[in-house]
Write a protein that binds this ligand. Structure first.
Ligand SMILES: *[C@@H]1O[C@H](CO)[C@@H](O)[C@H](O)[C@H]1NC(C)=O
Ligand SMILES: *[C@@H]1O[C@H](CO)[C@@H](O)[C@H](O)[C@H]1NC(C)=O
Ligand SMILES: *[C@@H]1O[C@H](CO)[C@@H](O)[C@H](O)[C@H]1NC(C)=O
Ligand SMILES: *[C@@H]1O[C@H](CO)[C@@H](O)[C@H](O)[C@H]1NC(C)=O
Ligand SMILES: *[C@@H]1O[C@H](CO)[C@@H](O)[C@H](O)[C@H]1NC(C)=O
Ligand SMILES: *[C@@H]1O[C@H](CO)[C@@H](O)[C@H](O)[C@H]1NC(C)=O
Length: 332
């Protein structure tokens, strides 16, 4: 009886000790977490199809679903223009807390375009992180392809593939749970991602394990999942940089949550929403670890809210709403 009581008291003491430790670490965390995270979202050249619908009116764009993606996880969004010089990217990266590279259909070989801006951003973000700053980059679809492209020093290594309108579960590799991207994902999220057709795939280029090998990136990026396209070709569907907070996914969680074009096989069920929201929350949490800010409240002048949004879904675009920009908007 006495020893049982001691055991009970001992456990109680242990519990108190643990709960102390937990509340302490929460306090420490909130001490340095940024509760006004601002994500820079890279624009890209106006797409062929948007240009057909709005002929010669715009030079660049951001699909609004990427803005909502970060907003829905508790962040603000600022556009980052393409075609600028290095000092512009140095300046904007010193103010935002992370960068998102959206999907799209740009070519990587366009001068003053998406890939050129991406390469400069990658170099600056690498330096910031190596200097002890914590600066995340997130790439979705084309943005994921951009990540390995710029990491390879601009060597094209993608494989043609066929994964349009394809809804898939992730095929996780065995040790995916020890990646940063998934280490804190709930059982429920992992269960959905690995068993339901929830990821929305729209890509004609893929990065395969062989492609990574070709450009010597197998020890630079960790692969967490693969998938198979309509023809059975295996492609990488999620990666993270081994050392730096750089993440890439080939599928489109922002479409599950915010895109509604018909007949695109985009899952909109509760499981798809939950799983997609996980990625937004993850990335914005990474950005909360960064303490950059705009001087003296000048972020209001830079926020995406300063720009007009267009209901492009009306014109049969794959994007319900789009921010489209002219050279004039992006020059100041
Ligand atoms: C850019 O790449 C595309 C597709 O890979 C190709 O069709 C086009 O000819 C290239 N343009 C230039 C200027 O190299
Ligand atoms: C996952 O949670 C642990 C414990 O709270 C934390 O130390 C770690 O940084 C988290 N991982 C990421 C990527 O935030
Ligand atoms: C990859 O590494 C090998 C051996 O170190 C080297 O010969 C080759 O040029 C590298 N390829 C690229 C694309 O960097
Ligand atoms: C904002 O900046 C101005 C000078 O540029 C300074 O006088 C003022 O104190 C600053 N306000 C805050 C709230 O930091
Ligand atoms: C919208 O696109 C679909 C498929 O791409 C096409 O069949 C339809 O005619 C288009 N509608 C309009 C109004 O352009
Ligand atoms: C906009 O800027 C791009 C890149 O500098 C240039 O190629 C294009 O001609 C410009 N368009 C207009 C209408 O000035």
């Amino acid at each position: 009886m006495k020893s049982a009581l001691c055991l009970l008291l001992g456990l109680l003491a242990l519990c108190l000790h643990i709960s102390d430790a937990i509340s302490l670490s929460v306090v420490e965390r909130t001490d340095y977490l940024n509760d006004r995270p601002i994500i820079g979202i890279l624009t890209q050249e106006i797409s062929y199809s948007l240009n057909l619908k709005y002929p010669n009116q715009y030079e660049s764009y951001i699909a609004a679903s990427y803005v909502k993606f970060v907003e829905g996880a508790g962040a603000l969004a600022v556009p980052i223009w393409i075609g600028k010089d290095e000092s512009y990217y140095e300046d904007i990266l010193s103010k935002v807390n992370g960068v998102l590279w959206p999907g799209g259909s740009s070519y990587f070989n366009v001068s003053d375009g998406y890939a050129e801006a991406g390469a400069i951003i990658y170099t600056i973000a690498t330096r910031l992180n190596n200097q002890g700053d914590y600066f995340p980059i997130w790439g979705t679809c084309l943005g994921f392809e951009l990540m390995t492209y710029v990491a390879a020093g601009g060597i094209e290594h993608r494989t043609d593939c066929s994964s349009n309108k394809q809804a898939l579960p992730l095929e996780f590799v065995s040790d995916f749970k020890s990646s940063r991207m998934f280490e804190n994902a709930s059982e429920k999220v992992i269960d959905i991602l690995s068993t339901y057709d929830v990821t929305a795939n729209f890509h004609q280029y893929c990065v395969t394990r062989d492609d990574l090998k070709k450009v010597n990136l197998t020890s630079v990026f960790r692969v967490m999942s693969v998938n198979h396209d309509w023809n059975g070709l295996e492609f990488i569907s999620s990666i993270e940089h081994v050392e730096l907070p750089f993440y890439g996914i080939q599928f489109h969680p922002e479409k599950n949550l915010y895109e509604w074009v018909a007949n695109k096989n985009i899952p909109h069920n509760p499981e798809a929403s939950l799983a997609s929201q996980y990625f937004a929350n993850f990335f914005v949490n990474e950005a909360r670890k960064n303490s950059h800010s705009f001087p003296n409240g000048t972020d209001l002048d830079e926020l995406i809210y300063n720009y007009q949004i267009t209901f492009t879904g009306r014109k049969n675009s794959s994007f319900m709403q789009t921010y489209m920009f002219t050279n004039l908007t992006t020059t100041d």
